[in-house]
Write a new protein. Structure first.
Length: 289
């Protein structure tokens, strides 16, 4: 039995559905578990990171491999095994009205998934946590005036109709922000040779979806332009200023994780270093010391 788009469990219920065995396998964004999976959102805590999904997922896998705590917490606390990592393509900003400078966004209500809403703090935006299915109606009726979203879903949910102004900011592709897990009891009930196949397919899944993320980014942008949306790129100097305003954000999130008994400094330091080693140049120098 397969279920999609929350037909069996909503985006905020999938972790629990896998935990209790309602689902054998579930795929979900860690962003919808800001308390239980706080540190699994590490890519959200370091904005303006890798711009390609393939790079983001590959680096997230390295972080998981170097820090077994991430797997262990899901297995020990929530009874599930991580089969594979996914992520999201590069985040940008869509709005119902055009804007010329960052100051134009001050006091404007913008929606997002949750962990990425602090990215908007520099602009003085009023952040609103929301879910994708609610966005079209909410922007059409003025509940809020924009969405912090990657282009593939921005187009798929037809956000360009109520909010046709899409600004390429490049907050980064969040590798590892989406995961596929399997109930540990369900996995252990399988014959050893089948378990091996399931785990192998999980790793193959990572490679496949990572490539698809970049394809989706290109398709989403092309589709938005073809649909008549206004797509523009934020000037690099403004982007750099935006990044500098968030220079302390990774450190603050690392300290918050530590206060929850999680290895925040180690994991965020590893992530930042691995991104740098990949050849990507951060627009700002982050430190979690």
């Amino acid at each position: 039995i397969e279920g999609y788009a929350g037909s069996i469990a909503s985006v905020a219920e999938t972790l629990e559905a896998v935990q209790v065995g309602m689902l054998d396998i579930g795929g979900y964004c860690t962003c919808f578990e800001p308390a239980k999976l706080f540190l699994h959102n590490f890519a959200y805590f370091v904005p303006f990171g890798p711009q390609e999904g393939e790079s983001g997922v590959r680096i997230a896998r390295q972080v998981y491999d170097e820090h077994p705590w991430l797997d262990d917490q899901l297995r020990d606390n929530y009874g599930q095994f991580v089969l594979g990592l996914n992520g999201f393509d590069n985040y940008h900003l869509g709005t119902t009205s055009p804007w010329d400078s960052v100051s134009d966004l001050r006091g404007v209500k913008i929606a997002g998934a949750g962990p990425n809403l602090p990215w908007l703090a520099y602009a003085g935006v009023i952040p609103v946590q929301s879910a994708l299915p609610d966005g079209y109606m909410a922007m059409s009726t003025g509940v809020y005036s924009g969405w912090l979203m990657y282009p593939s879903s921005y187009f798929a949910f037809k956000y360009h109709e109520p909010a046709p102004y899409y600004t390429l900011i490049g907050f980064g592709a969040t590798g590892g922000a989406s995961i596929v897990t399997m109930n540990t009891r369900s996995l252990e009930r399988l014959p050893p040779e089948v378990q091996e196949i399931v785990l192998e397919v999980g790793r193959d899944y990572e490679v496949t979806v990572a490539k698809m993320l970049d394809e989706r980014q290109a398709f989403g942008l092309d589709s938005l332009r073809a649909a008549g949306a206004t797509v523009r790129t934020l000037p690099e100097e403004v982007r750099r200023e935006w990044a500098e305003s968030l220079a302390d954000f990774p450190r603050n999130m690392a300290e918050e994780a530590e206060s929850r008994g999680m290895p925040g400094r180690e994991i965020l330091r590893t992530y930042i270093d691995l991104v740098s080693q990949s050849g990507y140049e951060w627009p700002v120098e982050y430190s979690v010391e």
